[in-house]
Ligand binder design. Structure first.
Ligand code: ADP
Length: 470
């Protein structure tokens, strides 16, 4: 079976979030199952062609190898992709994103003929490639080369839909007949993701709970009606983790590697991080990490409300992230006021992220909604105990610790409020102080296996189902 995997970001070439992690790892796991996979992404300015041995193979096409024999194709267009950001810069999203990603989507389809790769399934991801199913059905359905191709669209976060003013519609090169309630129209705007949800053969999302949630008003972002109508073709598959990248036993970015057999070496990472973050290098003080976008989705709304009370507890917190300016300001104020307790890093820094996962005792991820979430799974591997809100992928991966049965792998609150966040954090600190209980919890946490193998098998089943559709 041949799969063309289309994504706007892919690890290790370019990353702004979890989509890149998935796009860099799932193709490898599919290859291990015997599938023939090709991958395509834009050729951004930030991609280091030399480092990844990326070679020009055609007029605007470059290529590199990943996995055993997967070719990643990079589509060049200087006007669209030779910029500092992927989707935008500090001042906001690029104003021509519709043009940029409609170009990319169409070019990805044309690429297949050029490289003679006749995919059985085109696997699209998020709004940036959601036009592919529409273009396929509109422009190519009668062409023999494309006739039998099927499409799967994975939604990594329903909140990002690619919404544009309808006056941009002509740039899509699509007939106006698709601009209606059963197509790309959404309250008189263009909604690219909606188009993809209508026209793709199968829709997947990145956890089973989120697949259910998006069919409700609370999480459906206005698309719940459409999704509920398609509920028979919506599947939830939890993302895996690439343990070649996320493994404390071979992680070159952390202070000292460690494994389950030598968890005590984790504490060298703790003191290393404390020192680097100008915090007191005290092993007894609970050290809590946060890595992620500083946005309401990631729980910054309730966290901002609770942060002063948190900062007054006997703990240390390291924040790494960028996002909404209002949260930058709130955290900057708190970090200034409580420098002994809060260490703030407003930037994207892969190395520091690894050090935080390794060095902290707990990882705070109070997302209000979370399609899958990687931070909680990475933390478990690094024996760093997650504290999460019960939603989406967090609900599917983290089980609340039960002191009676000593079961569970984290601390979970199920009412989205700052008081519950605070209560759960205090509860985690209470158990942290009991070294015997805590050590058992760490031992259990590191045993969880979220590798891609099982999830890739589920995608294979979905592809097979897709091919059996009329
Ligand atoms: P998202 O909704 O942003 O995709 P995920 O939890 O699925 O959230 O994935 C986020 C990924 O990006 C994780 O690998 C996390 O470690 C990484 N990440 C997020 N923010 C930063 C940052 N500021 N610096 C380094 N890595 C980050």
């Amino acid at each position: 079976m041949k799969i063309l995997f289309c994504s706007s970001e892919i690890v290790p070439f370019a990353k702004t979030g979890g989509l890149a992690d998935v796009a860099g790892a799932l193709p490898l796991a599919l290859e291990d199952l015997g599938l023939e996979v090709a991958v395509v992404m834009p050729k951004y300015k930030s991609i280091d062609a030399q480092k990844f041995s990326i070679k020009e193979i055609g007029k605007d096409i470059y290529a590199a190898k990943i996995g055993k024999n997967i070719c990643v194709y990079f589509i060049e267009n200087n006007k669209y992709f030779e910029r500092d950001g992927l989707y935008g810069e500090k001042t906001g999203d690029y104003l021509d994103n519709l043009e940029r990603f409609s170009f990319f989507s169409l070019r990805a389809l044309q690429l297949m003929r050029q490289i003679d790769f006749k995919a059985d399934i085109i696997h699209c991801n998020d709004w940036q490639t959601a036009l592919i199913p529409i273009y396929l059905k509109n422009f190519y359905k009668d062409k023999p080369f494309f006739k039998t191709m099927k499409t799967v669209l994975t939604v990594h976060n329903l909140a990002y839909q690619g919404l544009f003013d309808k006056k941009e519609y002509p740039k899509l090169d699509l007939d106006w007949k698709y601009f209606n309630i059963d197509g790309l129209e959404f309250y008189d705007k263009i909604n690219i993701l909606k188009g993809g949800l209508v026209f793709s053969d199968i829709v997947t999302t990145v956890s089973q709970t989120y697949a259910q949630e998006i069919q409700t008003k609370e999480f459906g972002c206005g698309l719940e009606g459409l999704l509920a109508k398609r509920s028979n073709s919506i599947f939830g598959v939890i993302n895996g983790l690439d343990y070649n990248i996320w493994d404390p036993a071979k992680d070159k970015m952390i202070y000292k590697v460690y494994s389950e057999a030598h968890l005590e070496d984790k504490y060298l990472n703790k003191t290393g991080l404390q020192k680097e973050c100008a915090l007191n290098a005290n092993l007894n003080t609970p050290l809590i990490g946060f890595v992620g976008r500083l946005s309401s989705q990631k729980g910054l709304d309730i966290l901002a409300e609770a942060i002063e009370q948190i900062a007054r507890l006997d703990l240390q917190m390291v924040f790494l992230g960028t996002g909404e300016i209002k949260y930058h300001l709130i955290l900057e104020n708190i970090a200034k006021k409580y420098p002994k307790n809060i260490s703030l890093h407003i930037k994207f820094d892969d190395t520091l992220a690894h050090k935080i996962y390794a060095g902290c005792d707990m990882f705070l991820m109070p997302s209000g909604y979370e399609p899958c979430g990687l931070g909680q799974m990475i933390s478990l591997k690094y024996a760093t105990i997650p504290i999460v809100f019960k939603t989406g992928g967090l609900a599917d991966t983290i089980v609340d610790f039960d002191p009676l049965t000593e079961e569970g792998n984290g601390f979970v609150f199920d009412y989205y409020h700052k008081d519950d966040l605070l209560k759960t954090l205090k509860c985690a600190i209470y158990f942290y102080k009991d070294k015997t209980v805590w050590h058992k919890l760490l031992k259990r946490a590191v045993k969880y296996d979220f590798s891609w193998k099982e999830s890739a098998k589920k995608y294979l089943d979905i592809y097979k189902k897709c091919l059996s559709l009329e």
